[in-house]
Design a protein around this ligand. Structure first.
Ligand code: SIN
Length: 193
């Protein structure tokens, strides 16, 4: 049984987004909460040959990597009733078929005492995915992001919107990986302008 089938059976499903879902869920939901999951770090280690790149040059997008003592901030969306099946159908195409992500269940902690931790569905890319790219320096990651565009838009848009979300919604969190890539990408773009 898939993780989403286990959670969807409850009539209410939380979906945790830590990449483009934080600014563009594009599905109907009942409510959303900013918060975090423990035991994972967010890294631009997945290769995307549909949304933000192509087969010749896959873009760099985020995935979650298990690591003790780390946490990743994002947004969880609660879907209920007919929204459960609708959102899972939509996300299966967007995240699994086109994005190469697989599903997993994590424990989501809403920020600031907005309720107890809840199990949430998350889409994660693993190293056995053929387009997985793995670690690289911030500057190498930024160079790839500046060079890539896919069917959904430019890879730079993905990076800048994620960094903007973190500054606006989680100003107390220093996401060093994300912000170092943003700085490197902006430096590369300033040379081009
Ligand atoms: C995704 O949700 O993983 C891709 C969508 C996007 O890049 O905007």
């Amino acid at each position: 049984m898939k993780p989403q089938d286990v959670l969807a059976g409850r009539g209410s499903l939380w979906i945790f987004g830590y990449g483009s879902l934080v600014w563009k869920p594009d599905f109907k939901y009942r409510r959303s909460e900013v918060g975090h999951v423990k035991g994972y770090k967010r890294r631009f280690w997945h290769g995307d040959n549909f949304h933000r790149g192509d087969d010749d040059l896959p873009g760099r997008v985020v995935t979650l990597i298990e690591e003790r003592d780390q946490c990743t901030w994002g947004v969880a969306f609660e879907v209920t009733g007919a929204q459960v099946a609708e959102s899972l159908k939509y996300l299966d195409v967007r995240e699994a078929v086109r994005g190469g992500y697989v599903t997993k269940v994590v424990e989501f902690h809403p920020r600031g005492g907005h309720g107890p931790p809840v199990p949430a569905l998350v889409y994660i890319a693993t190293p056995d995915n053929p387009t997985y790219l793995g670690p690289a320096s911030p500057d190498d990651i930024a160079a790839r992001i500046v060079a890539c565009r896919g069917k959904t838009g430019h890879n730079v848009e993905y990076l800048l919107r994620l960094a903007e979300f973190m500054r606006a919604s989680c100003p107390e969190v220093d996401d060093a990986h994300l912000f170092s890539i943003e700085v490197a990408a902006l430096a590369r773009l300033s040379v081009l302008l």
